[in-house]
Ligand binder design. Structure first.
Ligand code: UT7
Length: 325
């Protein structure tokens, strides 16, 4: 019998401190940085984001999301035999957030590692977990996207600091006789390393270079609209499906204009687009599982629905996972 993988539970968590655009703009004004609710909403679709308290880490946010996903799957933490965490804002240089999360879940022994593909991290991680389940290397995987992007924001740079937020999302992916993950398509183009990066690195006990995010927003925007369409089409072709088969499109939640353009290119009505960027901002690797969990818990995504997940971000990386929920 063919072995497939299927999502059996979703969970997410947002830190309680929610900042509206107006609140953020007022705070930035005290630093001499000018922005407005109007500009942020018009250019990005973002109205609010959540910021974690200073002592809260990606593994803390991931733990809450993971607990909810495990509960939704009807499992115990001890049932999990693989943990993959997609993050660009780990608790430490090493060990991985996945190992820290494993310990916080009160389990030990299963494989656990982080995957670094910036905002495409979750679709990369889901695709890797799917392959490991299909190969027999794992049966019950916990796949998490967890970020504290507020830690790497330059609050003197209005072109980036208004865009991002903190949060975590998780799914449990289990071996199944019937297909859940239908196809995936992953890509990277390292020629574009410089358009979205945190260039600093640790050397000799110090951080050399800037440890803050820098982005050429226009360059990212232009690349994103192209690759989100091509990745969706490639994934549909692998699954021998068409755009018309998609019930829900869940792209990386970075900018509503990019999301609308992707839906339009795929000839999907906007009603099929899951949008959480307005309330979460861009939470990088956490954005897709946060949006998926929101869509599942609000009753939009139902068992049997065909869902297209799409990531895009630093690297430059992009990819898609098509699944039957
Ligand atoms: O997670 C990875 C994926 N990341 C993305 O997908 C991000 C992709 N890029 C974008 O979403 C958009 O490029 C941005 C939202 C970052 C910027 O939008 P834009 O329409 O490309 O604006 P822009 O950079 O062309 O800036 C337009 C104007 C500029 O002023 P001038 O030069 O026209 O006078 C900026 O200085 O808006 C100004 N501006 C702001 N004004 C008020 C830039 N940021 C702000 C701000 N508040 N926060």
């Amino acid at each position: 019998m063919t072995r497939y993988s299927r999502i059996t539970g979703t969970g997410s968590y947002l830190p309680p401190n929610r900042l509206t655009n107006a609140q953020l703009a007022a705070e930035l004004a005290t630093r001499g940085v000018e922005t407005s609710d109007e500009w942020i909403v018009e250019r990005t679709g973002i109205s609010a984001r959540h910021f974690a308290a200073p002592d809260v880490t990606s593994s803390d946010l991931g733990l809450e999301a993971a607990r909810r996903a495990i509960e939704a799957a009807g499992l115990q933490a001890a049932d999990i035999d693989l943990i993959i965490v997609a993050t660009s804002t780990p608790d430490m240089v090493f060990p991985s957030v996945a190992c820290i999360l494993q310990h916080k879940l009160g389990i030990a022994g299963c494989a656990a590692f982080d995957l670094q593909a910036v905002c495409s991290g979750f679709v990369y991680a889901l695709s890797v977990a799917d392959a490991m389940i299909k190969s027999g290397a794992a049966s019950k995987a916990l796949v998490v996207g967890a970020e504290v992007f507020s830690r790497i924001l330059d609050f003197s740079d209005r072109t980036t600091c208004v865009l991002f937020g903190d949060g975590a999302g998780a799914v449990v992916l289990e071996a199944s006789d019937t297909p859940g993950i239908l196809a995936s398509d992953l890509h990277a183009d390292g020629r574009h390393v410089g358009i979205l990066c945190v260039p600093g690195h640790v050397s000799g006990g110090q951080v050399l270079g800037s440890a803050l995010l820098t982005m050429d927003g226009k360059a990212v925007f232009k690349l994103a609209v192209g690759v989100l369409e091509s990745a969706a089409r490639a994934t549909l072709a692998k699954a021998e499906l068409t755009e018309a088969d998609i019930d829900w499109l869940i792209p990386h939640q970075a900018n509503l204009r990019i999301m609308h353009s992707t839906a339009k290119k795929l000839k999907l009505p906007l009603e099929k687009l899951i949008v959480t960027v307005d309330q979460h901002g861009n939470t990088s690797a956490a954005s897709i599982p946060l949006a998926l969990d929101d869509a599942v818990r609000s009753g939009k995504v139902k068992k049997g629905d065909i869902v297209m997940l799409e990531g895009v971000g630093g690297g430059f990386t992009w990819g898609a996972v098509l699944l039957k929920y």
